[in-house]
Design a protein around this ligand. Structure first.
Ligand code: TSB
Ligand code: ZN
Length: 587
């Protein structure tokens, strides 16, 4: 989808449309007061104080209608300049504007306003010449938003909208938006009963329902096998640690705002862990290591807790309780390049298996100015960053660089993907770290018999099972490949009275052969039961009538297709097994 903020003309048009929105709101709600109305990637929003009023869908339609009317009137948009003093006087009854004006620089004496008909707003501009030009727009949604994003402040009403130059552009955008909403993992997650949330458990704490749990289990088995083959050793460790553990690692100083607060138990101070590195460092330290043992690769499907702002929490994609597909690889300095390459290859391998094609590699570097977040050792940073760049160039992988995105302990390679709705997120990550091994005083005996500090690679291929599942739901639009589908085969006897037993027999045969098969022998019309299997996006539906029963065959229909194919049950099983074995992707 187009990024409106990056298109100069569209950006101005959307900004003017935000003013048009405000004017319409003012006509309908004369008491309304306005905070800010910026242009964003997918249009604009305006934060409005409507007193005690909470908007409804009908209100949005009413406002949109009023906007159309004002646009038709076609008033010019005129710029006025004021001194700070004049501005304070003009807006003296509007605490929001006073707040904005007061914070403007004394030297920055000219303050501009834009007027259109009976409405004036404080604004830097620029704007289109007349409201006539604002024709093809749509109000998209509304939500509550705290003033200045602070939950201690008043809740304002935020209205989102979007504006284009032509009707076709607007229609195309709305069509894309509708499709994106259709594949939003939160929608499919509900429809297919993959996960749920409950306020008694808490925001960002998903409960995985049986269907979702089945998918997750497949993902766990899949990556576990891959990692085992690559020499990883998996462990289990507690999802808490003492404050001292996180002081030792540096998280307490550099990552505290992302952590749940400390809790006291007897004389110990604990935190819910946000990362698993410290635990794995201690496991490495538990034993003497020679350079011959390295790399040591410690993996864990580890539960972590992070404080994410309540507004940022989103389905399975951004949660407060997550499970990382984590590993820490302890290597000699000479092994960094080789091991980093192996991780990148594993990422590519996994993406290939899932048919993931739209992603970007981001090399995340430190911001050398930010001495607070990043530990101060330029030599170490420069070396680490150069090393990652070198390997990426060697591999011929395309990537872009992002300053200030590194972890506090080192630079990293992140894989960025775009969800159906909302901004890009990181899926996989591989992070280079010279710092934590030192802080934990880790060592191994090198080939000269001396003690040396290992280097650590932190890596998560799926990122978290939570985020990866969200992504895979959206990639497949809920049409999971057969190996991942919670229910792989739905067995439907045409008439349960006559072929019910045969249906049971086939279901039992499939289940005994490790296929996730379910029987639908309810007393419902065949069409109804077939439709339900379609809606649930079950890969295979078996339709069993008299002829199938007599000939000991089955007739199957692939999801989304009309035609049925008749084969023996053994042939069907063989075909299914092969599809599952090869993790075939459904298109
Ligand atoms: C890779 N210590 C490293 C680890 O060894 C680490 O924790 N890295 S991380 O902070 O980048 O997190 C790993 C992955 O978790 C990210 O790449 C991202 O895919 C996923 N992740 C991060 N925050 C969230 C969240 N709030 N919800 C879901 N997944 C998340
Ligand atoms: Zn780590």
């Amino acid at each position: 989808m187009i990024n409106i903020k990056e298109d100069e003309r569209l950006s101005v048009l959307n900004h003017s449309c935000a003013h048009l929105l405000a004017q319409a709101v003012k006509h309908i709600y004369p008491e309304a007061m306005f905070w800010v109305g910026p242009v964003i990637e997918d249009g604009f929003y305006y934060d409005i104080d409507l007193g005690d009023i909470t908007l409804t869908d009908e209100d949005l339609q009413k406002i949109e209608k009023e906007m159309k009317k004002i646009s038709k009137d076609g008033k010019r948009i005129v710029r006025h300049e004021l001194t700070k003093e004049e501005a304070l006087e003009k807006f003296k009854n509007d605490p929001y504007k006073i707040d904005l004006i007061s914070r403007m620089d004394e030297e920055d004496t000219t303050i501009s306003c834009y007027a259109q008909g009976d409405f004036t707003d404080l604004c830097r501009g620029p704007h289109v010449e007349s409201v006539k030009e604002i024709k093809y727009f749509k109000l998209i949604k509304f939500s509550g938003a705290y003033w200045k994003g602070d939950s201690k402040n008043k809740m304002l009403q935020r209205i989102y909208g979007v504006c284009f130059e032509t009707e076709e552009d607007l229609d195309k955008y709305l069509q894309e938006l509708a499709e994106a909403r259709e594949r939003d993992h939160r929608k499919i997650g509900k429809e297919q009963e993959l996960y749920m949330n409950h306020e008694l458990v808490g925001a960002g704490m998903p409960l995985w329902l049986p269907n979702g749990a089945l998918i997750r289990k497949q993902l766990e088995n899949y990556i576990y096998e891959k990692e085992r083959k690559l020499g990883y050793e998996h462990v289990y460790t507690p999802c808490v640690g003492t404050v001292n553990l996180y002081k030792t690692s540096g998280h307490w100083d550099h990552y505290k705002e992302n952590m749940f607060p400390m809790m006291k138990v007897d004389d110990e101070e604990f935190v819910l862990r946000p990362m698993n590195c410290p635990h794995h460092m201690l496991i490495f330290k538990n034993k003497m290591h020679s350079y011959r043992d390295l790399p040591v690769r410690i993996g864990e499907f580890a539960t972590d807790f992070r404080y994410e702002a309540s507004g940022a929490v989103k389905g399975l994609e951004r949660v407060r309780c997550m499970c990382q597909n984590d590993a820490h690889l302890f290597v000699t300095p000479e092994q960094i390049g080789e091991e980093f390459k192996k991780v990148v290859s594993l990422i590519l391998d996994v993406y290939h298996d899932f048919g993931i094609e739209n992603y970007k590699f981001r090399l995340s570097l430190r911001d050398p100015e930010d001495k607070e977040k990043y530990f101060d050792d330029d030599k170490m940073w420069n070396e680490a960053e150069a090393k990652l760049r070198e390997v990426l160039n060697e591999l011929g992988v395309e990537y872009f660089e992002a300053i200030g995105e590194a972890a506090f302990y080192g630079p990293k390679l992140d894989v960025e993907v775009k969800p159906a709705v909302g901004p890009e997120v990181t899926l996989s990550t591989c992070q280079l770290d010279f710092l934590l091994p030192r802080r934990f005083e880790l060592s191994y005996i090198n080939s000269r018999g001396e003690k040396e500090t290992p280097v650590v690679l932190h890596r998560a291929i799926f990122g978290t099972f939570d985020r990866f599942t969200a992504f895979i739901i959206e990639e497949t639009k809920g049409r999971f490949p057969t190996w991942l589908a919670p229910v792989q085969v739905k067995v439907i006897p045409v008439n349960p009275e006559f072929q019910g037993d045969y249906g049971k027999e086939i279901r039992d045969y499939l289940v005994a052969n490790d296929i996730r098969a379910e029987l639908d022998d309810r007393n419902e019309k065949l069409g109804y039961r077939l439709r339900e299997a379609q809606t649930a996006k079950v890969p295979y539906t078996l339709i069993l009538g008299d002829s199938e029963k007599e000939n000991s065959t089955i007739s199957y229909r692939l999801h989304g297709e009309k035609e049925t194919t008749t084969v023996s049950k053994d042939d069907f099983l063989k075909m299914l097994k092969e599809e599952i074995e090869t993790k075939a992707i459904r298109h």
